[in-house]
Design a protein around this ligand. Sequence first.
Ligand code: TYC
Length: 102
Amino acid sequence: PGPDDPDQGVVTRTRPKLKRPSLYRVLLLNDDYTPMEFVVHVVERFFNKGREEATRIMLHVHHHGVGECGVFTYEVAETKVTQVMDFARKNQHPLQCVMEKQ
Ligand code: TYC
């Protein structure tokens, strides 16, 4: 309400609609060639996990084909995927990292 308000004495307040950002799971995919130790290193380095948790995630991927490294907003997830893929290629491993909407 205010001097320029078009409505006549009816008090209306608008509350901006806040939308929570969508979240994306970042996943590692299994393959037959990437060394286990390299995958553990990737999970430690790019997903800030300790050695035990990183090893648990690597073994989960190894046994189930796919596993989650973390959940992030879109831009952070995209950055993680790019960093992991660049690092894997630089080291000539076929490791695949993908993101999916949660
Ligand atoms: N399967 C690989 C091996 O036996 C290890 C591996 C684990 C590869 C996880 C990729 O995302 C992966 N050396």
